[in-house]
Design a protein around this ligand. Sequence first.
Ligand code: FES
Length: 593
Amino acid sequence: MTLSGTAGWAGLARRGPEIVRWLRLGSGLVMFTYVFLHFVNHSLGNISLDAMEQGALIQEWIWRGPVGTVVLYGAFAIHLPLAFWALYTRRSLRMGWIEGVRLLLGFLIPLLVLQHALAERFAYSYYGVHVIYRHTLLNLWVLNLLTAGLRQLAVFLIAWLHGCIGIYLWLRVKRHFHQVAPFLLVIAVLVPTVALLGAIQGARQVETLAHSDPAWLANLRQTGFAAHPDVTAALWTIALWSWGGYAGALVLVFIARAARGLVERRGGTVRVVYPDGRAVRVPKGLSVLDASRRAGIPHASICGGRARCTTCRVRVLLGSETLPPPSPAEIRALAPLGADRAVRLACQLNPTADISVWPLMPPAATVRDQDQFNATETGAERFVAILFVDIRSSTQLVESRLAYDVVFILNRFFEAAGSAIIAAGGAPNQFIGDGMMAIFGTETDPARACRQALEAARLIDWHLAEMNRSLANELQQPIGFGIGIHAGEVIIGTMGYREHAQMTAIGEAVHIASRLQDLTKEYDCQLVVSEIVGTSAGVTLNDFASHEIQVRGLSAPLRMRAIDSAAALEGPLTGVEAEQDVDKVVPIYARSR
Ligand code: FES
Protein backbone atom coordinates (compact mmCIF):
# COMPACT_ATOMS: atom_id res chain seq x y z
CA MET A 1 0.00 0.00 0.00
CA THR A 2 1.36 3.41 -0.87
CA LEU A 3 0.50 6.39 1.22
CA SER A 4 0.15 8.83 -1.61
CA GLY A 5 -2.00 11.76 -0.62
CA THR A 6 -4.28 12.29 2.30
CA ALA A 7 -6.47 9.32 1.37
CA GLY A 8 -3.62 6.92 2.18
CA TRP A 9 -2.95 8.55 5.52
CA ALA A 10 -6.65 8.72 6.29
CA GLY A 11 -6.95 5.01 5.54
CA LEU A 12 -3.98 4.29 7.79
CA ALA A 13 -5.47 6.44 10.55
CA ARG A 14 -8.76 4.53 10.29
CA ARG A 15 -6.85 1.28 10.67
CA GLY A 16 -4.76 2.74 13.48
CA PRO A 17 -6.58 1.09 16.40
CA GLU A 18 -6.40 -2.26 14.64
CA ILE A 19 -2.65 -1.88 13.97
CA VAL A 20 -2.09 -0.91 17.60
CA ARG A 21 -3.98 -4.01 18.74
CA TRP A 22 -1.87 -6.29 16.57
CA LEU A 23 1.35 -4.65 17.74
CA ARG A 24 0.31 -5.08 21.34
CA LEU A 25 -0.65 -8.68 20.81
CA GLY A 26 2.54 -9.50 18.86
CA SER A 27 4.87 -7.83 21.37
CA GLY A 28 2.98 -9.44 24.24
CA LEU A 29 3.36 -12.88 22.67
CA VAL A 30 7.11 -12.37 22.27
CA MET A 31 7.47 -11.51 25.95
CA PHE A 32 5.19 -14.36 26.96
CA THR A 33 7.40 -16.74 24.96
CA TYR A 34 10.40 -15.38 26.86
CA VAL A 35 8.68 -16.00 30.19
CA PHE A 36 7.58 -19.46 29.08
CA LEU A 37 11.13 -20.48 28.08
CA HIS A 38 12.40 -18.97 31.31
CA PHE A 39 9.97 -21.22 33.18
CA VAL A 40 10.98 -24.25 31.15
CA ASN A 41 14.55 -23.52 32.19
CA HIS A 42 13.56 -23.24 35.84
CA SER A 43 11.86 -26.63 35.52
CA LEU A 44 15.24 -28.22 34.77
CA GLY A 45 16.01 -27.63 38.46
CA ASN A 46 13.87 -30.72 39.07
CA ILE A 47 16.71 -32.63 37.39
CA SER A 48 19.72 -30.80 38.81
CA LEU A 49 21.38 -27.44 39.24
CA ASP A 50 23.77 -28.30 36.44
CA ALA A 51 20.86 -29.02 34.11
CA MET A 52 19.44 -25.56 34.89
CA GLU A 53 22.73 -23.92 34.07
CA GLN A 54 23.16 -25.90 30.86
CA GLY A 55 19.67 -24.83 29.83
CA ALA A 56 20.51 -21.23 30.69
CA LEU A 57 23.29 -21.34 28.10
CA ILE A 58 20.72 -22.09 25.43
CA GLN A 59 18.51 -19.27 26.73
CA GLU A 60 21.43 -16.87 26.58
CA TRP A 61 22.19 -17.98 23.06
CA ILE A 62 18.60 -17.24 22.03
CA TRP A 63 17.96 -14.00 23.87
CA ARG A 64 21.40 -12.44 24.09
CA GLY A 65 22.25 -12.87 20.42
CA PRO A 66 21.62 -9.91 18.10
CA VAL A 67 18.29 -11.21 16.78
CA GLY A 68 16.96 -12.26 20.18
CA THR A 69 18.04 -8.97 21.73
CA VAL A 70 16.27 -6.90 19.08
CA VAL A 71 13.13 -9.05 19.19
CA LEU A 72 12.86 -9.16 22.98
CA TYR A 73 13.74 -5.57 23.77
CA GLY A 74 11.89 -4.34 20.69
CA ALA A 75 8.79 -6.12 22.02
CA PHE A 76 9.25 -4.50 25.41
CA ALA A 77 9.80 -1.09 23.79
CA ILE A 78 6.51 -1.53 21.91
CA HIS A 79 4.40 -3.16 24.61
CA LEU A 80 5.03 -0.74 27.45
CA PRO A 81 4.29 2.52 25.56
CA LEU A 82 1.20 0.87 24.06
CA ALA A 83 0.03 0.00 27.56
CA PHE A 84 0.35 3.69 28.49
CA TRP A 85 -1.45 4.58 25.28
CA ALA A 86 -4.26 2.11 26.05
CA LEU A 87 -4.63 3.64 29.50
CA TYR A 88 -4.82 7.09 27.95
CA THR A 89 -7.28 6.22 25.18
CA ARG A 90 -9.60 4.17 27.40
CA ARG A 91 -12.48 6.58 28.03
CA SER A 92 -13.86 4.85 31.07
CA LEU A 93 -12.01 2.98 33.77
CA ARG A 94 -15.11 0.90 34.41
CA MET A 95 -14.30 -2.55 33.08
CA GLY A 96 -14.85 -6.21 33.75
CA TRP A 97 -12.87 -7.65 36.67
CA ILE A 98 -10.69 -9.78 34.43
CA GLU A 99 -9.66 -6.81 32.32
CA GLY A 100 -9.04 -4.82 35.50
CA VAL A 101 -6.79 -7.55 36.89
CA ARG A 102 -4.85 -7.73 33.63
CA LEU A 103 -4.34 -3.98 33.57
CA LEU A 104 -3.23 -3.80 37.17
CA LEU A 105 -0.84 -6.74 36.90
CA GLY A 106 0.57 -5.36 33.65
CA PHE A 107 1.52 -2.07 35.28
CA LEU A 108 3.04 -3.87 38.29
CA ILE A 109 5.39 -6.02 36.22
CA PRO A 110 7.95 -3.30 35.24
CA LEU A 111 8.10 -2.14 38.85
CA LEU A 112 8.80 -5.59 40.20
CA VAL A 113 10.99 -7.01 37.44
CA LEU A 114 13.28 -4.02 37.08
CA GLN A 115 15.97 -5.09 39.54
CA HIS A 116 16.07 -8.62 38.20
CA ALA A 117 16.40 -7.36 34.62
CA LEU A 118 19.16 -4.92 35.60
CA ALA A 119 21.08 -7.62 37.45
CA GLU A 120 20.69 -10.31 34.81
CA ARG A 121 21.02 -8.39 31.58
CA PHE A 122 22.06 -4.78 31.99
CA ALA A 123 24.93 -5.66 34.33
CA TYR A 124 26.11 -8.27 31.84
CA SER A 125 25.92 -6.03 28.76
CA TYR A 126 27.17 -2.82 30.38
CA TYR A 127 29.46 -3.89 33.24
CA GLY A 128 30.39 -7.38 32.09
CA VAL A 129 29.05 -9.02 35.26
CA HIS A 130 27.90 -12.49 34.30
CA VAL A 131 25.36 -13.88 36.72
CA ILE A 132 24.43 -17.54 36.51
CA TYR A 133 21.76 -19.58 38.27
CA ARG A 134 23.78 -20.35 41.38
CA HIS A 135 24.40 -16.62 42.01
CA THR A 136 20.73 -15.77 41.62
CA LEU A 137 19.46 -18.68 43.69
CA LEU A 138 21.94 -17.94 46.47
CA ASN A 139 20.90 -14.30 46.53
CA LEU A 140 17.13 -14.70 46.13
CA TRP A 141 16.35 -17.96 47.87
CA VAL A 142 19.10 -18.47 50.42
CA LEU A 143 20.28 -15.03 51.56
CA ASN A 144 17.31 -12.69 50.88
CA LEU A 145 14.23 -14.87 50.69
CA LEU A 146 11.88 -12.55 52.57
CA THR A 147 12.76 -9.47 50.53
CA ALA A 148 14.16 -10.09 47.08
CA GLY A 149 13.05 -13.75 47.00
CA LEU A 150 9.37 -13.06 47.63
CA ARG A 151 9.42 -10.12 45.22
CA GLN A 152 10.82 -12.41 42.56
CA LEU A 153 8.17 -15.00 43.31
CA ALA A 154 5.48 -12.31 42.93
CA VAL A 155 6.78 -11.11 39.59
CA PHE A 156 7.12 -14.72 38.50
CA LEU A 157 3.40 -15.29 39.07
CA ILE A 158 2.21 -11.84 38.00
CA ALA A 159 3.97 -11.96 34.62
CA TRP A 160 2.58 -15.41 33.92
CA LEU A 161 -0.95 -14.48 35.00
CA HIS A 162 -0.88 -11.25 33.00
CA GLY A 163 0.19 -13.15 29.88
CA CYS A 164 -2.38 -15.91 30.41
CA ILE A 165 -5.21 -13.39 30.83
CA GLY A 166 -4.08 -11.57 27.69
CA ILE A 167 -4.11 -14.82 25.73
CA TYR A 168 -7.47 -15.77 27.21
CA LEU A 169 -9.01 -12.41 26.20
CA TRP A 170 -7.54 -12.83 22.74
CA LEU A 171 -8.71 -16.39 22.18
CA ARG A 172 -12.03 -16.48 23.99
CA VAL A 173 -13.90 -14.92 21.08
CA LYS A 174 -12.63 -17.65 18.77
CA ARG A 175 -15.28 -20.09 17.74
CA HIS A 176 -13.70 -23.29 19.11
CA PHE A 177 -12.00 -21.79 22.13
CA HIS A 178 -14.24 -23.56 24.65
CA GLN A 179 -13.05 -26.91 23.26
CA VAL A 180 -9.35 -26.22 23.87
CA ALA A 181 -9.83 -24.10 27.00
CA PRO A 182 -9.52 -27.03 29.48
CA PHE A 183 -6.15 -28.04 27.96
CA LEU A 184 -4.88 -24.47 28.02
CA LEU A 185 -5.93 -24.17 31.65
CA VAL A 186 -3.96 -27.30 32.53
CA ILE A 187 -0.88 -25.86 30.78
CA ALA A 188 -1.39 -22.49 32.48
CA VAL A 189 -1.37 -24.15 35.91
CA LEU A 190 1.23 -26.83 35.23
CA VAL A 191 3.99 -24.70 33.70
CA PRO A 192 4.51 -22.28 36.62
CA THR A 193 4.00 -25.07 39.17
CA VAL A 194 6.72 -27.27 37.68
CA ALA A 195 8.95 -24.21 37.18
CA LEU A 196 8.51 -23.14 40.79
CA LEU A 197 9.29 -26.66 42.01
CA GLY A 198 12.39 -26.67 39.79
CA ALA A 199 13.54 -23.31 41.17
CA ILE A 200 13.02 -24.58 44.73
CA GLN A 201 14.98 -27.76 43.99
CA GLY A 202 17.81 -25.73 42.46
CA ALA A 203 17.79 -23.36 45.45
CA ARG A 204 17.97 -26.25 47.91
CA GLN A 205 20.99 -27.64 46.10
CA VAL A 206 22.66 -24.23 46.27
CA GLU A 207 21.76 -23.96 49.97
CA THR A 208 23.20 -27.39 50.72
CA LEU A 209 26.42 -26.58 48.87
CA ALA A 210 26.73 -23.18 50.57
CA HIS A 211 26.36 -24.70 54.03
CA SER A 212 28.40 -27.84 53.49
CA ASP A 213 31.24 -26.54 51.34
CA PRO A 214 32.73 -23.18 52.43
CA ALA A 215 35.29 -23.39 49.58
CA TRP A 216 32.46 -23.61 47.04
CA LEU A 217 30.79 -20.57 48.58
CA ALA A 218 34.06 -18.58 48.69
CA ASN A 219 34.72 -19.50 45.11
CA LEU A 220 31.22 -18.40 44.08
CA ARG A 221 31.72 -15.04 45.75
CA GLN A 222 34.75 -14.41 43.57
CA THR A 223 32.28 -13.90 40.70
CA GLY A 224 28.90 -12.25 40.26
CA PHE A 225 27.88 -9.16 42.22
CA ALA A 226 29.73 -10.18 45.36
CA ALA A 227 32.90 -9.33 43.46
CA HIS A 228 31.50 -6.02 42.15
CA PRO A 229 29.92 -4.03 44.99
CA ASP A 230 30.36 -0.83 42.96
CA VAL A 231 28.11 -2.26 40.22
CA THR A 232 25.47 -3.14 42.80
CA ALA A 233 25.42 0.47 43.98
CA ALA A 234 25.24 1.78 40.41
CA LEU A 235 22.34 -0.55 39.62
CA TRP A 236 20.48 0.70 42.69
CA THR A 237 20.83 4.27 41.45
CA ILE A 238 19.58 3.28 38.00
CA ALA A 239 16.67 1.38 39.55
CA LEU A 240 15.63 4.35 41.69
CA TRP A 241 15.67 6.69 38.70
CA SER A 242 13.78 4.19 36.58
CA TRP A 243 11.08 3.68 39.22
CA GLY A 244 10.72 7.43 39.54
CA GLY A 245 10.50 7.88 35.77
CA TYR A 246 7.93 5.09 35.53
CA ALA A 247 5.76 6.57 38.26
CA GLY A 248 6.10 10.01 36.62
CA ALA A 249 4.98 8.60 33.26
CA LEU A 250 1.91 7.05 34.91
CA VAL A 251 1.03 10.34 36.57
CA LEU A 252 1.44 12.10 33.21
CA VAL A 253 -1.03 9.70 31.59
CA PHE A 254 -3.66 10.55 34.21
CA ILE A 255 -2.98 14.28 33.80
CA ALA A 256 -3.38 13.87 30.02
CA ARG A 257 -6.68 12.03 30.57
CA ALA A 258 -7.98 14.84 32.76
CA ALA A 259 -6.87 17.50 30.23
CA ARG A 260 -8.55 15.60 27.41
CA GLY A 261 -11.76 15.42 29.45
CA LEU A 262 -11.74 19.22 29.83
CA VAL A 263 -11.13 19.78 26.12
CA GLU A 264 -13.84 17.28 25.16
CA ARG A 265 -16.43 18.90 27.39
CA ARG A 266 -15.82 22.15 25.53
CA GLY A 267 -16.19 20.37 22.18
CA GLY A 268 -19.87 19.58 22.78
CA THR A 269 -21.82 16.55 23.86
CA VAL A 270 -24.21 14.04 22.35
CA ARG A 271 -27.13 12.19 23.87
CA VAL A 272 -27.44 8.42 23.64
CA VAL A 273 -30.96 7.16 24.39
CA TYR A 274 -31.51 3.54 25.50
CA PRO A 275 -34.65 1.39 25.07
CA ASP A 276 -35.82 1.95 28.64
CA GLY A 277 -35.82 5.70 28.02
CA ARG A 278 -32.57 6.44 29.84
CA ALA A 279 -30.57 9.17 28.12
CA VAL A 280 -26.82 9.47 28.65
CA ARG A 281 -25.01 12.65 27.68
CA VAL A 282 -21.33 12.14 26.80
CA PRO A 283 -18.66 14.26 25.11
CA LYS A 284 -18.37 13.84 21.34
CA GLY A 285 -15.68 11.33 20.49
CA LEU A 286 -16.78 8.74 23.03
CA SER A 287 -18.22 5.48 21.79
CA VAL A 288 -21.69 4.19 22.62
CA LEU A 289 -20.03 1.50 24.74
CA ASP A 290 -18.18 4.23 26.66
CA ALA A 291 -21.54 5.94 27.22
CA SER A 292 -23.01 2.70 28.59
CA ARG A 293 -20.01 2.17 30.85
CA ARG A 294 -20.05 5.73 32.14
CA ALA A 295 -23.73 5.50 32.99
CA GLY A 296 -23.33 2.03 34.50
CA ILE A 297 -25.72 0.53 31.95
CA PRO A 298 -24.92 -3.18 31.57
CA HIS A 299 -23.73 -3.74 27.99
CA ALA A 300 -22.23 -6.93 26.58
CA SER A 301 -18.62 -6.53 25.40
CA ILE A 302 -16.82 -9.84 25.49
CA CYS A 303 -13.69 -8.68 23.67
CA GLY A 304 -13.43 -5.52 25.74
CA GLY A 305 -14.15 -3.14 22.87
CA ARG A 306 -11.72 -4.48 20.27
CA ALA A 307 -14.19 -5.05 17.41
CA ARG A 308 -13.68 -8.79 17.64
CA CYS A 309 -16.75 -10.26 19.29
CA THR A 310 -19.76 -8.18 18.04
CA THR A 311 -21.58 -8.78 21.34
CA CYS A 312 -21.77 -5.02 21.92
CA ARG A 313 -23.74 -4.50 18.72
CA VAL A 314 -26.70 -2.14 18.74
CA ARG A 315 -29.39 -1.18 16.31
CA VAL A 316 -29.50 2.55 15.79
CA LEU A 317 -33.16 3.52 15.91
CA LEU A 318 -32.94 7.27 15.50
CA GLY A 319 -30.07 9.35 14.16
CA SER A 320 -28.57 6.74 11.83
CA GLU A 321 -28.21 9.36 9.10
CA THR A 322 -25.69 11.28 11.23
CA LEU A 323 -23.39 8.36 11.97
CA PRO A 324 -19.77 8.25 10.84
CA PRO A 325 -18.99 5.35 8.46
CA PRO A 326 -17.83 2.09 10.05
CA SER A 327 -14.11 1.41 10.29
CA PRO A 328 -12.59 -1.53 8.35
CA ALA A 329 -12.42 -3.52 11.60
CA GLU A 330 -16.11 -2.88 12.27
CA ILE A 331 -17.09 -3.82 8.73
CA ARG A 332 -15.08 -7.01 8.99
CA ALA A 333 -16.64 -7.96 12.34
CA LEU A 334 -20.22 -7.31 11.24
CA ALA A 335 -19.98 -8.82 7.75
CA PRO A 336 -20.62 -12.45 8.83
CA LEU A 337 -23.86 -11.39 10.53
CA GLY A 338 -25.34 -10.04 7.33
CA ALA A 339 -26.72 -7.19 9.42
CA ASP A 340 -28.17 -4.10 7.80
CA ARG A 341 -26.57 -0.66 8.04
CA ALA A 342 -28.46 0.33 11.16
CA VAL A 343 -26.61 -2.34 13.15
CA ARG A 344 -23.31 -1.01 14.52
CA LEU A 345 -20.70 -2.02 17.07
CA ALA A 346 -21.20 0.09 20.19
CA CYS A 347 -17.47 -0.05 20.93
CA GLN A 348 -16.57 1.41 17.53
CA LEU A 349 -19.42 3.85 17.06
CA ASN A 350 -18.57 7.41 18.08
CA PRO A 351 -21.77 9.39 17.49
CA THR A 352 -21.48 12.98 16.38
CA ALA A 353 -25.16 13.79 17.05
CA ASP A 354 -27.92 12.51 19.35
CA ILE A 355 -28.90 8.91 18.68
CA SER A 356 -31.22 6.29 20.04
CA VAL A 357 -29.89 2.74 20.26
CA TRP A 358 -31.13 -0.73 21.03
CA PRO A 359 -28.50 -3.18 22.36
CA LEU A 360 -29.00 -6.45 20.53
CA MET A 361 -27.36 -8.91 22.92
CA PRO A 362 -28.18 -9.50 26.58
CA PRO A 363 -25.61 -7.82 28.89
CA ALA A 364 -24.37 -11.20 30.11
CA ALA A 365 -23.96 -12.61 26.59
CA THR A 366 -21.26 -15.22 26.15
CA VAL A 367 -19.39 -16.34 23.08
CA ARG A 368 -21.77 -19.29 22.80
CA ASP A 369 -24.73 -16.93 22.74
CA GLN A 370 -22.93 -15.11 20.00
CA ASP A 371 -22.78 -18.28 17.93
CA GLN A 372 -26.43 -18.94 18.56
CA PHE A 373 -27.46 -15.46 17.49
CA ASN A 374 -25.31 -15.72 14.38
CA ALA A 375 -27.07 -18.79 13.10
CA THR A 376 -28.26 -17.12 9.91
CA GLU A 377 -29.14 -20.44 8.38
CA THR A 378 -32.00 -20.71 10.85
CA GLY A 379 -33.15 -17.13 10.67
CA ALA A 380 -32.12 -13.52 10.71
CA GLU A 381 -32.19 -10.93 13.43
CA ARG A 382 -34.34 -7.97 12.68
CA PHE A 383 -35.88 -5.08 14.53
CA VAL A 384 -39.62 -5.18 13.94
CA ALA A 385 -42.83 -3.91 15.47
CA ILE A 386 -45.23 -6.64 16.56
CA LEU A 387 -48.97 -6.06 16.82
CA PHE A 388 -51.43 -8.40 18.51
CA VAL A 389 -55.13 -7.80 18.01
CA ASP A 390 -57.77 -9.85 19.76
CA ILE A 391 -61.56 -9.85 19.57
CA ARG A 392 -63.42 -9.02 22.81
CA SER A 393 -66.17 -11.11 24.39
CA SER A 394 -65.56 -13.95 21.97
CA THR A 395 -66.92 -16.52 24.46
CA GLN A 396 -70.34 -14.90 24.44
CA LEU A 397 -70.16 -14.67 20.67
CA VAL A 398 -69.56 -18.42 20.38
CA GLU A 399 -72.14 -19.38 23.01
CA SER A 400 -75.02 -17.49 21.47
CA ARG A 401 -74.52 -18.43 17.81
CA LEU A 402 -74.39 -21.25 15.34
CA ALA A 403 -70.96 -22.40 14.26
CA TYR A 404 -71.55 -21.05 10.78
CA ASP A 405 -72.30 -17.57 12.15
CA VAL A 406 -69.24 -17.62 14.39
CA VAL A 407 -66.92 -18.48 11.50
CA PHE A 408 -68.57 -15.86 9.33
CA ILE A 409 -68.15 -13.10 11.95
CA LEU A 410 -64.59 -14.08 12.80
CA ASN A 411 -63.61 -14.07 9.14
CA ARG A 412 -65.14 -10.61 8.74
CA PHE A 413 -63.12 -9.52 11.78
CA PHE A 414 -59.89 -10.96 10.33
CA GLU A 415 -60.64 -9.34 7.01
CA ALA A 416 -61.21 -5.94 8.60
CA ALA A 417 -58.12 -6.12 10.82
CA GLY A 418 -55.92 -7.79 8.19
CA SER A 419 -56.72 -5.27 5.48
CA ALA A 420 -55.97 -2.45 7.92
CA ILE A 421 -52.59 -4.01 8.72
CA ILE A 422 -51.72 -4.49 5.04
CA ALA A 423 -52.86 -0.97 4.19
CA ALA A 424 -50.54 0.39 6.88
CA GLY A 425 -47.59 -1.56 5.47
CA GLY A 426 -47.54 -4.55 7.82
CA ALA A 427 -47.96 -8.27 7.34
CA PRO A 428 -50.64 -10.38 9.07
CA ASN A 429 -48.64 -13.36 10.18
CA GLN A 430 -50.48 -15.68 12.51
CA PHE A 431 -54.15 -16.25 13.22
CA ILE A 432 -54.52 -17.61 16.70
CA GLY A 433 -58.12 -18.50 17.57
CA ASP A 434 -59.93 -15.18 17.69
CA GLY A 435 -56.79 -13.08 17.48
CA MET A 436 -54.02 -12.28 15.08
CA MET A 437 -50.38 -11.28 15.12
CA ALA A 438 -48.86 -8.91 12.58
CA ILE A 439 -45.28 -7.96 11.83
CA PHE A 440 -44.07 -4.54 10.68
CA GLY A 441 -40.54 -3.82 9.52
CA THR A 442 -39.45 -6.90 7.60
CA GLU A 443 -38.72 -4.63 4.66
CA THR A 444 -38.35 -1.22 6.20
CA ASP A 445 -36.45 0.64 8.88
CA PRO A 446 -37.42 0.59 12.59
CA ALA A 447 -38.85 4.11 12.67
CA ARG A 448 -41.18 3.46 9.77
CA ALA A 449 -42.10 0.00 11.12
CA CYS A 450 -43.29 1.55 14.38
CA ARG A 451 -45.23 4.29 12.57
CA GLN A 452 -46.87 1.63 10.42
CA ALA A 453 -47.92 -0.37 13.48
CA LEU A 454 -49.52 2.69 15.09
CA GLU A 455 -51.22 3.56 11.84
CA ALA A 456 -52.49 -0.03 11.58
CA ALA A 457 -54.06 0.25 15.05
CA ARG A 458 -55.88 3.41 13.98
CA LEU A 459 -57.07 1.76 10.75
CA ILE A 460 -58.21 -1.39 12.59
CA ASP A 461 -60.46 0.79 14.74
CA TRP A 462 -61.86 2.43 11.63
CA HIS A 463 -62.35 -0.84 9.69
CA LEU A 464 -64.03 -2.52 12.66
CA ALA A 465 -66.33 0.42 13.14
CA GLU A 466 -67.33 -0.03 9.51
CA MET A 467 -67.79 -3.75 10.03
CA ASN A 468 -69.95 -3.20 13.11
CA ARG A 469 -72.13 -0.79 11.16
CA SER A 470 -72.59 -3.22 8.28
CA LEU A 471 -73.35 -6.14 10.63
CA ALA A 472 -75.51 -4.13 12.99
CA ASN A 473 -78.50 -6.37 12.32
CA GLU A 474 -76.52 -9.56 12.97
CA LEU A 475 -74.80 -8.49 16.17
CA GLN A 476 -76.35 -8.10 19.58
CA GLN A 477 -73.58 -5.66 20.41
CA PRO A 478 -70.68 -4.24 18.41
CA ILE A 479 -67.51 -6.36 18.22
CA GLY A 480 -64.82 -4.90 20.47
CA PHE A 481 -61.09 -5.51 20.28
CA GLY A 482 -57.79 -5.01 22.13
CA ILE A 483 -54.41 -4.29 20.56
CA GLY A 484 -50.90 -4.57 22.01
CA ILE A 485 -47.87 -3.19 20.15
CA HIS A 486 -44.22 -3.60 21.03
CA ALA A 487 -41.01 -3.33 19.02
CA GLY A 488 -37.70 -5.07 19.34
CA GLU A 489 -35.18 -7.44 17.91
CA VAL A 490 -36.62 -10.81 16.89
CA ILE A 491 -35.48 -13.75 14.86
CA ILE A 492 -37.32 -13.97 11.58
CA GLY A 493 -37.25 -17.33 9.90
CA THR A 494 -39.22 -20.09 8.28
CA MET A 495 -40.53 -22.35 11.01
CA GLY A 496 -42.81 -25.32 11.04
CA TYR A 497 -42.98 -28.75 9.47
CA ARG A 498 -42.51 -29.46 5.77
CA GLU A 499 -45.19 -27.77 3.68
CA HIS A 500 -46.72 -26.33 6.86
CA ALA A 501 -43.64 -24.24 7.59
CA GLN A 502 -44.10 -20.52 7.39
CA MET A 503 -42.12 -17.38 7.97
CA THR A 504 -42.67 -15.98 11.42
CA ALA A 505 -40.99 -14.11 14.23
CA ILE A 506 -39.84 -15.35 17.60
CA GLY A 507 -38.32 -13.46 20.45
CA GLU A 508 -39.02 -11.56 23.59
CA ALA A 509 -40.65 -8.70 21.67
CA VAL A 510 -43.36 -11.07 20.47
CA HIS A 511 -44.21 -12.19 24.01
CA ILE A 512 -44.26 -8.63 25.26
CA ALA A 513 -46.60 -7.48 22.48
CA SER A 514 -48.95 -10.33 23.35
CA ARG A 515 -48.82 -9.38 27.02
CA LEU A 516 -49.60 -5.74 26.19
CA GLN A 517 -52.65 -6.93 24.31
CA ASP A 518 -53.78 -8.79 27.45
CA LEU A 519 -53.31 -5.61 29.48
CA THR A 520 -55.95 -3.82 27.40
CA LYS A 521 -58.53 -5.77 29.45
CA GLU A 522 -56.99 -4.69 32.73
CA TYR A 523 -56.73 -1.04 31.68
CA ASP A 524 -60.13 -1.18 29.93
CA CYS A 525 -58.76 0.40 26.77
CA GLN A 526 -58.39 -0.50 23.08
CA LEU A 527 -54.66 -0.15 22.77
CA VAL A 528 -51.51 -0.58 24.88
CA VAL A 529 -48.25 0.55 23.23
CA SER A 530 -44.78 0.27 24.69
CA GLU A 531 -42.84 3.52 24.96
CA ILE A 532 -40.17 2.30 22.54
CA VAL A 533 -42.74 2.17 19.74
CA GLY A 534 -43.64 5.85 20.15
CA THR A 535 -39.99 6.87 20.55
CA SER A 536 -38.87 4.93 17.49
CA ALA A 537 -41.77 6.20 15.42
CA GLY A 538 -41.07 9.79 16.40
CA VAL A 539 -44.70 10.02 17.54
CA THR A 540 -45.56 11.83 20.77
CA LEU A 541 -47.78 9.75 23.03
CA ASN A 542 -47.39 11.90 26.14
CA ASP A 543 -51.11 12.70 26.29
CA PHE A 544 -52.01 9.07 27.03
CA ALA A 545 -51.90 7.37 30.42
CA SER A 546 -48.49 5.99 31.28
CA HIS A 547 -47.91 2.64 33.06
CA GLU A 548 -44.95 0.44 33.89
CA ILE A 549 -44.63 -3.32 34.17
CA GLN A 550 -41.73 -5.51 35.13
CA VAL A 551 -40.79 -7.93 32.37
CA ARG A 552 -38.57 -10.89 33.13
CA GLY A 553 -35.18 -10.46 31.44
CA LEU A 554 -35.38 -6.66 31.27
CA SER A 555 -33.20 -4.74 33.71
CA ALA A 556 -35.66 -1.83 33.97
CA PRO A 557 -39.47 -1.75 34.03
CA LEU A 558 -41.14 -1.51 30.64
CA ARG A 559 -42.97 1.76 30.10
CA MET A 560 -46.11 1.83 28.05
CA ARG A 561 -49.10 3.98 27.13
CA ALA A 562 -52.73 2.91 27.52
CA ILE A 563 -54.92 4.47 24.82
CA ASP A 564 -58.70 4.29 25.28
CA SER A 565 -59.50 4.54 21.59
CA ALA A 566 -57.08 3.79 18.76
CA ALA A 567 -58.81 6.55 16.82
CA ALA A 568 -57.12 9.01 19.19
CA LEU A 569 -53.84 8.26 17.40
CA GLU A 570 -54.96 10.34 14.46
CA GLY A 571 -53.68 13.54 16.07
CA PRO A 572 -50.21 12.27 17.01
CA LEU A 573 -49.85 10.56 13.61
CA THR A 574 -50.85 13.60 11.63
CA GLY A 575 -47.93 14.86 9.65
CA VAL A 576 -45.87 11.79 10.41
CA GLU A 577 -45.09 9.91 7.28
CA ALA A 578 -46.47 6.36 7.15
CA GLU A 579 -46.36 3.74 4.44
CA GLN A 580 -49.82 3.13 3.02
CA ASP A 581 -49.06 1.69 -0.37
CA VAL A 582 -50.57 -1.76 -0.41
CA ASP A 583 -48.83 -2.73 -3.65
CA LYS A 584 -45.40 -2.25 -2.16
CA VAL A 585 -46.05 -4.69 0.63
CA VAL A 586 -46.19 -8.43 0.24
CA PRO A 587 -47.75 -10.15 3.26
CA ILE A 588 -45.05 -12.12 4.97
CA TYR A 589 -47.04 -15.37 4.94
CA ALA A 590 -47.29 -15.09 1.17
CA ARG A 591 -43.47 -15.35 0.92
CA SER A 592 -43.12 -18.19 3.35
CA ARG A 593 -42.88 -21.25 1.14
S1 FES B 1 -17.00 -5.23 22.55
FE1 FES B 1 -16.43 -6.82 21.22
S2 FES B 1 -16.88 -5.96 19.30
FE2 FES B 1 -17.46 -4.37 20.64
